[in-house]
Structure formats: C-alpha cells, structure tokens
Design a protein around this ligand. Structure first.
Ligand SMILES: [Zn+2]
Length: 130
C-alpha cells in the first residue's frame, strides 16, 4: 500500500514522508527539503520524465476524445476544435503541473520504500554471520 499512499499524498502536494509538510514553495518550484520533517524532496536529473509521461497519458486519454466529440459531433470546424483542445490542454497542464509532479514524486518514494523494506518473515530467516 505504500506506493499508493505516497502517490496520493504527492497528488495532494503533501510530503510523503511525514504528511504534514508541503512539497511546493510556488507554482513550479519544489522545496529542497520538507519544512516539517526535514527529509530531502530533491529529485535526480531525469526523474521528471515519468511526470511528463503521466501528463502525455492524461492528454491522450482526455483531450483526444474531447477533440473527436468537438470536431465530429458539433458544428465546430476541425481547426477550431484543435485550437480549443490545444488551449485547454495547456491550461490543464499549467493548473495540474504540481499535482502531476507530486504524484510522480510519491510514486518514486513509494517504490524506493518498497525496495528497502524486507518482506514479512524475512527477519526470522536471517542467520548470524559465520
Ligand atoms: Zn515531511
């Protein structure tokens, strides 16, 4: 459940470590460290490619059907429908930029937590060093 919890907290722009801190200090900039727990919120170069993929997926799932409906089931021309959908997509990306970035940060945090957590019962299976 950790990845889903972390992703939900990221989506709500909350620190996935402590829940109390805020992830962003402005519209686009993240805090380097959580103001509540002090844990690092820095991401590595290239980590944002996942957020870009989420944004592209959302555009494909939402904007394409909207374009098809506007272009073929209304009196709007294809060019006008394209411009409306393009403009709407840009506005939506600006509005939800932080949430998408937070969702991806939460996913990365949750995946990292899962990697570092031993499976249940693993404690009892450990043997002392020879
Ligand atoms: Zn925190």
């Amino acid at each position: 459940m950790e990845p889903f919890r972390s992703m939900g907290l990221g989506l709500l722009l909350r620190c996935p470590f402590c829940v109390r801190g805020r992830m962003f200090r402005g519209w686009f900039a993240m805090h380097d460290d959580c103001g509540a727990c002090g844990r690092s919120l820095r991401m590595h170069a290239g980590d944002f490619s996942g957020a870009a993929m989420i944004a592209q997926f959302a555009i494909g799932v939402i904007a394409l059907p909207v374009f098809i409906v506007l272009a073929f089931w209304t009196s709007m021309t294809i060019e006008a429908a394209f411009l409306w959908v393009l403009g709407g997509s840009v506005v939506a990306l600006l509005l939800f930029y932080r949430n998408i970035k937070g969702l991806w940060f939460g996913f990365l945090h949750g995946a990292e937590t899962m990697q570092n957590t031993p499976p249940e019962g693993a404690e009892g299976e450990r043997r002392p060093p020879a």
